[in-house]
Ligand binder design. Structure first.
Ligand code: B12
Ligand code: SF4
Length: 474
């Protein structure tokens, strides 16, 4: 049986990391005897659906498995329209956070044959087996399939792996991290290593922030890998591919202070001699002096910090529960150990007014962050905020706004700001933070040509740099 795994083109020119999800699916399939697997990373190779369609026609796989994020759904839809017009024999199965968040509605929209809710490692193997043995689809955890013309979900409503130490490492041979080394540069802070690669040490997050859809795949249940298991993956990556920098891609790497210390202790003991960053953001709560010390000793030089807002009122609304009074102290603690930090903020959160965002700007300027990242709020399927709009809109809002979702441009009706206002205040946020002598000096001092190239290639750059009179609105 031949299987093709596809990562859509998400249109980015930087931080294109190996698709861990597809690597995990592949290693589970191979462990169960399905060894004929091809991977297409259309993000890395900048492929349009027509090219991938031609490739798949030639390869003629039995199963086509596609990873779907909300931002890449229209790329996937286009590919599926092409594939279906060819009348291929392949069965198309889709999975990922977008499918787990929207279920049948997403399958209808995409025109896919099957979908997986939740984690896919075991389910894709059972799916391949049930196609081969013509057995009941009801046995495939989390599978959505058609029965008598209607969508049905399997007996177990989603795929879930209790012990993530039992999952094999991602199929690193298939992913080939070497192909990604030159595409992982970030715009804000240059990499210290030359051969970076992401890994996951845990799955899930127990928090319930209203804007976040992390719970759709993991059902808010956190599971940890053993430190030994993590360190042996890093060693493998070092030895086989020369990896010298790790991106820890967990939702919350340091959530459990004790476990985090055990990982870093082992990294120090084993003299891994690598550098690492946590680019997706960690929470400030668990950062103690002894933990940060171990982070630094084990090679950490940069972390993102999920703050989101500088307003206590909005913080309560979004249920993030970050104590704003502690942020300064924690950032200073990181600085003590020479770890740089980037504060993550959002604009246009639920019921957020311009004056609330101005509070966030003032807050960010008072804290000694080295960088900040400011995202516009998008209600991703599966998040509490999405569910509110979706219920209120009588299930029509999603369909009507599907294209806007693609462009991060969906403004739900509980927002008090228009999209234009959100963009304006977002620019002001970045401008006010970065155009300060100390920050500018640090930015320029550490800037690399590779970052400049990355920045110029970025489509946002072109959009943002178009001169407008209201570019900086006080
Ligand atoms: C690393 C990461 C990135 C990386 C790499 C992303 C990539 N495309 O590979 C970078 C930094 C580039 C990135 C960028 C963005 N990201 Co991101 N990212 C993550 C993060 C932290 C980890 C992803 C990961 O490796 N997970 C671990 C794997 C094992 O889990 P998984 O991907 O869910 O896969 C499992 C299942 O979903 C399922 N599955 C997945 N694919 C398939 C396919 C098939 C066929 C089957 C059967 C099953 C299946 O099985 C897998 C194994 O169990 C997640 C958060 C998270 N917890 O997942 C956010 C997350 C995926 N990102 C998110 C977002 C919003 C973004 C951005 C839009 C951010 C921005 N504002 O620019 C961009 C868009 C990128 C894009 N369109 O692809 C959202 C996605 C929401 C959504 N509905 O689409 C998430 C869930 C964060 C969140 N909580 O909101 N991201
Ligand atoms: S924003 Fe962070 S802390 Fe909140 S639910 Fe998502 S991953 Fe968890």
């Amino acid at each position: 049986m031949k299987i093709a795994l596809i990562r859509p083109n998400f249109g980015s020119y930087f931080q294109i990391t190996p698709p861990l999800s597809l690597g995990y699916l592949s290693s589970s399939l191979k462990n169960n005897g399905y060894t004929d697997i091809v991977l297409v990373d259309a993000s890395l190779d900048k492929k349009i659906p027509q090219e991938v369609n031609r490739f798949l026609k030639k390869e003629n796989p039995d199963i086509i498995g596609i990873q779907v994020y909300t931002g890449s759904q229209n790329w996937v839809k286009e590919l599926l329209v092409l594939l279906k017009s060819e009348k291929i024999h392949s069965r198309v199965i889709v999975g990922g956070p977008h499918i787990s968040g929207l279920g049948e509605l997403s399958l209808d929209y995409l025109g896919a044959d099957f979908g997986i809710l939740g984690e896919g490692e075991q389910s894709i193997v059972s799916f391949a087996q049930s196609l081969e043995n013509k057995s009941d689809f009801d046995e495939v955890d989390g599978l959505i399939f058609k029965q008598k013309g209607k969508w049905k979900t399997a007996r177990n409503l989603f795929g879930f792996i209790d012990n993530i130490n039992n999952i094999p490492f991602p199929d690193w041979d298939l992913l080939n991290p070497e192909k990604y080394f030159n595409y992982m540069e970030s715009v804000s802070l240059p990499l210290k290593g030359k051969k970076p690669t992401p890994i996951l040490t845990s799955r899930g997050c127990p928090y319930q922030c209203t804007f976040c859809c992390s719970g759709v795949v993991s059902r808010h249940k956190i599971r940890y890998r053993f430190p030994k298991n993590i360190v042996s993956e890093i060693k493998y990556l070092k030895e086989k591919f020369g990896v010298d920098e790790i991106f820890f891609s967990d939702d919350n790497l340091t959530l459990n202070n004790q476990r985090a210390k055990e990982i870093f202790d082992l990294m120090i003991k084993e003299k891994l001699n690598i550098v690492w960053r946590a680019p997706n953001g960690i929470r400030i709560d668990s950062l103690t002096d002894s933990l940060v010390n171990k982070m630094a000793q084990s090679g950490c030089y940069f972390v993102g910090l999920g703050i989101e807002t500088g307003s206590d009122k909005i913080m309560r609304n979004i249920k993030k529960n970050v104590d704003l009074n502690k942020v300064n102290e924690k950032v200073n603690l990181l600085q003590k150990y020479k770890i740089k930090s980037s504060g993550f903020f959002m604009c246009g959160l639920r019921n957020e007014r311009r004056k609330d965002i101005l509070k966030s700007i003032e807050f960010a300027k008072k804290i000694p962050f080295d960088r900040i990242q400011v995202c516009n709020f998008v209600p991703y399927p599966g998040s509490e905020d999405f569910n509110i709009i979706y219920d209120k809109a009588n299930k029509k809002a999603y369909k009507n706004n599907v294209l806007k979702f693609q462009q991060n441009g969906f403004v739900p009706d509980f927002q008090t700001l228009s999209l234009t206002e959100i963009y304006k205040v977002q620019r002001k946020f970045l401008f006010d933070f970065y155009f300060r002598p100390k920050i500018l000096y640090d930015l320029l001092k550490s800037f690399k040509i590779s970052q400049l190239i990355t920045l110029f290639k970025h489509p946002f750059f072109k959009k943002w740099m178009v001169f407008k009179k209201d570019w900086y609105d006080k």
